[in-house]
Design a protein around this ligand. Structure first.
Ligand code: TYD
Ligand code: MG
Length: 460
């Protein structure tokens, strides 16, 4: 007879401890340990197992057949459609648009004749219907239910025509009789996810589990679920801006660098096939302090504007503020510009902003940030058809970065004619064919001199 004992499980990372503690020793979070009853493990039955047939690495593995969702930006991230029997976890902050995205995916797939089931544990059926109606999706044959009991859900899934896609919104609201713990705990989430996973593997349906994310960007509680699922997607964006990005941080059936870009409109999420055009829209190229960075989001080139404002300070200690850029990188760039570029910034406030609510986290953004800073300080407007990419080292040298070809081609596509890049950047003939005039730059001293020379001074 299995004995049950009580364990204290961290609701953040899932680590178990035999006694209650204020702080989880595994992840360091406070007040996350909750008492849960764990059934004792049955005794190991060595000798009663079946001998497995072992195989070699060679053999003809068929590429997984996929069900295309029919939304290009979504299919791109999953690696070309859903793999039957796979389970995906879609994480994102509350209100970012997970339910909206998934109801749109469900409707698109249902219109292509597949059976699609949407189980909401958070909203009543009427609420889901109301939203679908507003999005113009009411005619799609999606099977809806509002439920949180996993046993009920599994019984429903097993009845009727097998579904191609099942959405569980959200995994945190699910509970199962298999686990004795209270609803919402890690044990419940793990047991519920496990039961659903077994259904997916057994039936060949694709299941998408929705997971809420905490402020620091982790999928709350069900970090433990991340190990079990085939793909972890996150839906990100800034509540103040309209664009949303879907990214895969784990994908057993595709690359993880791909991202999908959407825009939240009054009619739900619209796909953005050309994100650079969206981020550069409304750019004022006639003002100093703005430089266009030829950046990369995963495997996708994306042009964004980096804006700087350098102004004399009224305070004893000048301010340095960033939006969408790393504070430490800004400090480093300022120090390098002072030490090797001859700039005097000690008596200036410095603000740096990445337009459109994007983040420029790549080191390749250094050169564009430096150009924006120099332009703002000197009042010299940068040529509107110029883009920048390159990393700046502490010695002041501009260093090459990866994906130069993709950056150049994207810039050419959007009508740019010049690219400022590291002198040591290797450009092959194919990349040269993008047709941009290359302006190699060895160090920040050259950058400062070049801006002083080519930029036309601000009017008035
Ligand atoms: P929702 O999908 O409910 O977010 P989540 O499931 O991630 O919590 O999206 C909610 C937000 O999206 C809500 O604040 C309003 C906005 N929204 C639109 O702007 N346009 C729309 O067409 C819809 C359906 C929602
Ligand atoms: Mg929701």
């Amino acid at each position: 007879m299995a004995k049950s004992r009580s364990v204290f499980t961290c609701q953040n990372c899932g680590a178990a401890s035999p006694r209650w503690q204020g702080k989880c020793e595994a992840c360091g979070d406070w007040n996350t340990l909750v008492e849960e009853i764990e059934g004792g493990a049955p005794a190991l039955r060595v000798g009663r197992g079946r001998v497995l047939e072992l195989e070699g690495l060679a053999g003809d593995a068929k590429p997984a057949a996929r069900i295309v969702a029919g939304m290009d930006e979504f299919d791109r991230v999953t690696g070309g459609g859903f793999v039957p029997g796979s389970v995906l976890l879609l994480g994102g902050e509350p209100g970012i648009g997970k339910s909206t995205l998934l109801i749109q995916v469900c409707a698109t797939l249902a219109r292509r004749g597949e059976r699609v089931i949407y189980i909401s544990g958070e909203e009543a059926v009427d609420q889901v219907r109301l939203r679908a109606g507003r999005l113009g999706l009411a005619d799609a044959a999606v099977d809806l239910a509002s439920a949180t009991q996993v046993e009920d859900i599994l019984a429903t899934l097993k009845s009727g025509k097998p579904a191609a896609l099942i959405v569980i919104d959200s995994i945190q609201t699910m509970h199962t009789d298999l686990a004795p713990a209270a609803p919402g705990t890690v044990t419940q989430v793990r047991a519920s996810a496990h039961a659903l996973l077994r259904h997916a593997k057994g039936s060949g349906a694709t299941i998408i589990l929705v997971g809420h994310v905490t402020k620091d960007g982790q999928i709350a509680g069900p970090r433990v679920v991340e190990h079990m699922v085939d793909a972890v997607l996150s839906f990100e964006g800034d509540a103040a801006h309209h664009f949303r990005m879907l990214r895969a941080s784990k994908n057993r059936f595709g690359a993880t660098g791909e991202i999908g870009v959407f825009e939240m409109t009054g009619l739900g999420l619209a796909e953005v096939a050309n994100p650079s055009a969206l981020f550069l829209a409304g750019r004022d190229a006639s003002a100093p302090g703005a430089a266009v960075f030829a950046g990369m989001e995963g495997q996708r080139p994306m042009l964004v504007e980096i804006q700087a404002l350098v102004a004399p300070t009224a305070l004893g200690t000048p301010r340095r503020a960033v939006v969408g850029f790393d504070q430490n990188r800004l400090s480093m760039i300022l120090a390098v510009l002072e030490a090797h570029g001859g700039l005097k910034l000690g008596m200036h406030d410095v603000y740096l902003n990445v337009a459109g609510g994007l983040r420029a986290d790549e080191p390749a953004a250094d050169l564009a940030a430096a150009a924006a800073l120099v332009s703002s300080l000197s009042g010299a407007v940068l040529p509107p058809d110029q883009t920048f990419f390159g990393e700046i080292g502490l010695s002041g040298a501009v260093r090459p970065v990866i994906h130069a070809g993709m950056r150049l081609r994207e810039a050419a596509k959007l009508g740019f004619h010049q690219a400022v890049l590291a002198q040591a950047q290797q450009i092959n003939d194919d990349e040269r064919r993008a047709g941009l005039a290359l302006r190699p730059c060895a160090d920040v001293g050259q950058l400062v001199a070049a801006i002083a020379q080519t930029a036309k001074p601000k009017q008035g």
